[in-house]
Design a protein around this ligand. Structure first.
Ligand code: GLA
Length: 388
């Protein structure tokens, strides 16, 4: 059955609009976006397709093929409070609650059927994809005329103020501003960006999902955010800076002793050095120098593993294995603590099969290893209006 027919089965009429919202993979620039640093993500062809229609009452009815056993979730516009165990329904409520706080009220609800090709809790921003999908839907159905950057900022607020995750702006930005065949080199403080062409024919970007899933709400993510904030506030007493992203490595080396705490030094050293690597990686890619790009990826992983300490055994295992198989660069991507590892190969050097790696991984970690070839996509948008 097509997804459009599944919508009809659930809601007894045709959808009026179809939307697509991509996931994202971050090429480099990890844990830098909540201190005004540099990131380099790309929107993925894996994502969420949403089929919708307006309702006349005050309800939102949502079905997701990823959470089929939950059936249709019902949300009432007059009760948007967070509900434990309400699964992805909380994101829907969060989007509506943030919009209401910003002064937008909806005259009525909508029906939504979602199908996702994006693995959930895998470090590929399934939650940002869902948030941006909802903003596009609501904006279109109810003619709110929201500004694109405002939608991104509101989506970040859903994470920060509704879900309780102190995340930065990278995911939502990449999901909204993604462009096929390009990655986005974004300064998360100034919110200025450049598109960098990505040639995924000559080179292949592989996504390897560890299937070690984690929810950022329950992870040490907020703890890392707090450390960076504390460290930055100390540095601000000695340096004239707005954000940690303003500090280069040389300056950091001079002032790091004022942090007076080895763990804080390690945490901030990661962020400062990662900003340098991201800049170098971006320049390398522009110059078609994939070797340097790969080196920056490798360095990023070591820094995330040793200084920021957000990697895990599964990710380290996959990084090592891919390097042995000839990857130009390999690293964890996203928040870490599990999730996905990325590796870049020259197309002609791509191993003919990853069967042995998958078998060894399964044996060692008692979990399957899922491998995807990353393809780029445009950002979240209306795909089609359905005329009956
Ligand atoms: C998660 C957050 C992002 C970013 C990354 C780490 O994906 O949502 O804001 O901090 O982790 O780079």
């Amino acid at each position: 059955m097509t997804h459009q027919n599944e919508f009809i089965k659930h809601f007894k009429h045709q959808p009026t609009h179809i939307f697509f919202s991509p996931g994202r993979v971050n090429l480099i620039g990890e844990h830098t976006d909540y201190s005004g640093g540099l990131v380099f993500p790309m929107a993925l062809s894996l994502g969420i397709t949403g089929y919708v229609s307006r309702r006349d009452d005050q309800l939102i009815k949502v079905f997701s093929t990823t959470f089929e056993s939950k059936g249709i979730l019902t949300i009432a516009l007059d009760d948007l409070s967070y509900k434990k165990g309400f699964s992805f329904g909380n994101y829907v409520q969060g989007v509506l609650a943030i919009l209401r706080k910003a002064g937008y009220s909806l005259p009525a609800g909508f029906n939504l059927f979602m199908h996702s090709t994006l693995p959930a809790s895998a470090g590929l921003s399934s939650s940002a994809a869902l948030e941006m999908l909802l903003f596009e839907i609501i904006d279109t159905l109810y003619d709110l005329n929201l500004d694109a950057v405002d939608k991104v900022k509101y989506a970040k607020q859903v994470e920060n103020h509704y879900m309780g995750v102190s995340s930065g702006i990278m995911d939502q930005y990449a999901v909204k501003f993604g462009k096929k065949d390009h990655a986005i080199y974004l300064n998360t403080h100034a919110l200025t960006f450049e598109y960098a062409p990505i040639d995924l024919k000559r080179y292949r970007l592989l996504l390897m999902n560890t299937n070690k899933s984690r929810n950022l709400e329950d992870s040490d993510y907020n703890e890392r955010f707090k450390s960076v904030e504390i460290g930055t506030n100390i540095l601000k007493k000695h340096l004239d800076i707005d954000v940690l992203g303003d500090v280069d490595e040389q300056t950091f080396n001079k002032v790091q002793s004022t942090l007076n705490d080895d763990l804080l030094v390690k945490r901030l050293r990661h962020v400062v050095s990662e900003n340098t690597r991201t800049k170098q990686a971006y320049n390398a890619l522009k110059n078609h120098d994939l070797k340097t790009f790969g080196k920056m990826m490798d360095g990023s992983h070591q820094s995330l593993k040793n200084d920021f300490e957000v990697s895990c055994e599964e990710l380290d295992y996959l990084v090592r294995a891919n390097k042995q198989l000839g990857a130009i660069g390999a690293r964890m991507t996203g928040a870490g603590f599990g999730g996905t590892m990325i590796a870049i190969y020259e197309s002609k050097a791509l191993p003919p099969s990853f069967k042995t790696l998958k078998e060894n991984y399964q044996k060692r970690f008692n979990k399957p290893l899922d491998i995807y070839q990353a393809k780029s996509a445009d950002g979240a948008k209306l795909i089609k209006e359905v005329t009956s």
